[in-house]
Design a protein around this ligand. Sequence first.
Ligand code: FE
Ligand code: FE
Ligand code: ZN
Length: 278
Amino acid sequence: MLAIGTHMSIAEGIAKTAENVVKMEADTMQIFSRNPRGSGYKTYSEKEISRFLQIREEHHFGPVLAHAPYTMNLASPKESVYEFACMVIKEDIARMDALSIENLVFHPGSHTGAGVQAGIGNIIAGLDQAVTGQETITILLETMSGKGTEIGANFEELKAIREGVKHPERIGICLDTCHVFAAGYDIVNDLDGVLSEFDRVLGLDLLRAIHLNDSMMPFGSRKDRHAVIGGGEIGLEPLLAVLRHPALKGLPFYLETPLDDEGHKGEIKMIREKLASE
Ligand code: FE
Ligand code: FE
Ligand code: ZN
């Protein structure tokens, strides 16, 4: 079964959001673990949580993905920024794990001038104070476009983070098609080559989720601007090839394209029709 979902707002609560996923004829979802541009979060009643779990089960959702806030920079050399990030990642691993959410993805962060090695060291220490090793949830490092001083635009940096932590078994990878393309991995002309490079450096067994996005910015631009599927520099056919690729079979796909729920419903329908017409 191919699980496709989109990034969803949880303004209406987690159970209502799951209901909206069903209405969109999607079968998984990504949500923010807390306010993406701030620090607040809502707590859910027992009743709401059990309703969420029930909908997810009844409709055979694929793995649900939580996304950490953009304000969280675990690579930062600045003490206040770093302490905030350490607090958020620790709380959100525990909070999302308690909701039986399978994966939590985060942007590794930006070193803002301190250097890649220092940034990676901060990320490792930040994960070590957050991950107990007793969780069920897997924490995913997202592949990044490499804008500014962003860490994670190549597979080697993600490998260095994973191999540096005390509990590497709790760490996986989320591949964002827009980001890897902007970072200079040619998924348009050489998807097989990119995936075998991923396999050589990290191992395909670590890949747990795909962010399926087209890119407004050209190949290798190191700029992060998502486009609707087929409306960007990657194009429809190369993105369908990602969905069809045997090495990615069984993975959940999440759209983060600039559309509302109604638009996403249409995008998922279009993708399913294209995949079925072969
Ligand atoms: Fe992301
Ligand atoms: Fe993404
Ligand atoms: Zn992005």
